[in-house]
Design a protein around this ligand. Structure first.
Ligand code: FAD
Length: 448
């Protein structure tokens, strides 16, 4: 009888789903895809009716019963995002990312400087661009070169980079205020989504090093050519996806509870944000309060005529940090990172501010009519990557032997980005594969 019971249990386990992944954002999708590629049976549960979490797209009604599929916000990557590119490769969509080799730094009035690689090898490949740049004066350029050298030297030597802010470090290096504002803040706040006086210097170092110094092509900016949700469609060839499936409870014995039914698997991966996990599995020893949210605001504007021929631009000295040309110069997407000051503003106030500022850089905006404008305020866009937080980010394994963690807020080695989310997904998938008795390696190392 006992032998029969053991055999039945073995049979049951043999037919059981290998892994249930909770949360269909980039972290959950990448964990599920990686495991499925290794032949594991995977089910993915997502609360919303669409995939991609914070990196997604949806239909927005336009005039005359037309609609446009828009990204919730422009998502870009750099060529140093090797795991994200690997994930897109697994999905067969790597060719839907277009890489841009030029950044355009625009001053109010429209004067534009290019940042592009020159003839010198890394880390000197931007020397020509910086020498020509009009938005910095000679003293600022010399100060920038000094700081870049220090960064290269100190990045592996200094032990306090997670204890100080990026602004502390820049002040230590006597960086002029305008240089901080026009270069360091412009680049790093867009990448890490927290102001320099709150940003752990370790994150600022990582972005600067990997994106701008380690190799001459890692800065190239990847922009998806299709709406974000379209990138994930092929994930479900081998993964069983459940949309509109809110996981209400988790129990190590019974599994996950969705709409009154328990679903069991041999392993579980949570790929949901920290505040959701705090409610779902409160018994984990995680300092959830340490993960404070930081906002991003996106403004989509459709004009009645083209207002630019540029593909994108970073706008200096104003609230708006970036514009992206999403369609023939008529549809622009504007992005403001670390946008807490805008959260309190009314929708129309944000649009008015955006148009006022944009006119200073793209004069054609003054003549154009706005056909449609849409504001997306993401109050919880990312966590604030403050000094001291790194040690509090949980690793993928937990005290529950078959329960693993992913999500951009876990200890991925990167700030809250799509690359960080994929890294966390791959790490959790590696841990789950080991627990399933068939260890696999998914994570690719950083380029340098
Ligand atoms: C406006 C904005 C702009 C950004 N720009 C960039 C950029 O340019 N480049 C970049 O690299 N990164 C960018 N990011 C950051 C990037 O989007 C995130 O770091 C990444 O998408 C996080 O992925 P994730 O899977 O960890 O979390 P999420 O995307 O939050 O996914 C978690 C998923 O879990 C689901 N969920 C939650 N609770 C449950 C439950 N109980 N049951 C089932 N499902 C549940 C949620 O619905 C969600 O889909 C941006 C973020 C925002 C908001």
């Amino acid at each position: 009888m006992a032998a029969n019971a053991t055999e039945s249990l073995r049979q049951l386990k043999r037919h059981m789903t290998d892994a249930i992944v909770i949360g269909g954002g980039v972290a959950g999708l990448s964990a599920a895809t990686a495991l499925a590629n290794e032949g594991f049976r995977v089910e993915l549960f997502e609360a919303k009716p669409f995939w991609g979490g914070r990196a997604t797209s949806y239909a927005l009604p336009l005039a005359n019963s037309h609609e446009a599929e828009i990204d919730n916000c422009q998502h870009i990557l750099l060529k140093c995002c090797v795991n994200l590119l690997n994930f897109y490769g697994r999905l067969g969509v790597a060719d839907r990312i277009e890489f841009h080799r030029e950044f355009y730094f625009m001053e109010p009035g429209g004067r534009t400087s290019f940042l592009r690689r020159g003839l010198l090898p890394a880390p000197l490949h931007f020397t020509e661009s910086f020498l020509r740049a009009t938005y910095l004066n000679l003293g600022e350029k010399i100060a920038l070169a000094r700081a870049m050298l220090s960064l290269r030297f100190e990045r592996k030597r200094r032990k306090d980079l997670d204890a100080i802010t990026m602004l502390d470090w820049l002040r230590e290096k006597n960086q002029p205020a305008r240089l901080i504002e026009r270069f360091w803040r412009q680049v790093l706040v867009s990448a890490i989504n927290v102001e320099l006086d709150q940003m752990a210097a370790s994150h600022g170092f990582q972005v600067m090093w990997l994106g701008f110094m380690a190799a001459s092509d890692t800065y190239e900016m990847g922009i998806p050519k299709v709406p974000l949700a379209q990138l994930y469609q092929s994930a479900f060839k081998n993964v069983v996806g459940h949309e509109r499936a809110i996981v209400e409870a988790f129990d190590p014995e019974r599994g996950i509870l969705v709409d009154g039914t328990w679903h069991q698997a041999r392993t579980y991966i949570s790929a949901i944000p920290s505040d959701r996990l705090a409610k779902l599995v409160p018994q984990l020893d995680i300092d959830y309060a340490a993960f404070e949210p930081s906002s991003i605001t996106g403004v989509h504007i459709w004009f009645d005529r083209p207002v630019t021929t540029m593909p994108h631009g970073t706008l200096l000295d104003r609230h708006i940090q970036w514009f992206y040309n999403k369609g023939e110069g008529r549809y622009l997407m504007l992005v403001i990172s670390a946008s807490d000051s805008l959260l309190k503003m009314q929708r129309q106030e944000v649009i008015d501010l955006a148009l006022r500022e944009l006119t200073e850089f793209l004069p054609a905006v003054a003549e154009a009519l706005v056909v449609r404008a849409h504001v997306v305020k993401e109050a919880k866009a990312t966590f604030r990557a403050k000094p001291g937080l790194e040690a509090k980010r949980p690793i993928s394994t937990t005290a529950i032997p078959n329960f693993f963690l992913a999500g951009d807020w876990t200890r991925s080695g990167w700030p809250a980005t799509m690359e960080g989310a994929v890294r966390s997904g791959y790490l959790a998938a590696e841990a789950a594969s080991a627990a399933l008795g068939k260890p696999a390696r998914f994570l690719l190392p950083d380029l340098a």
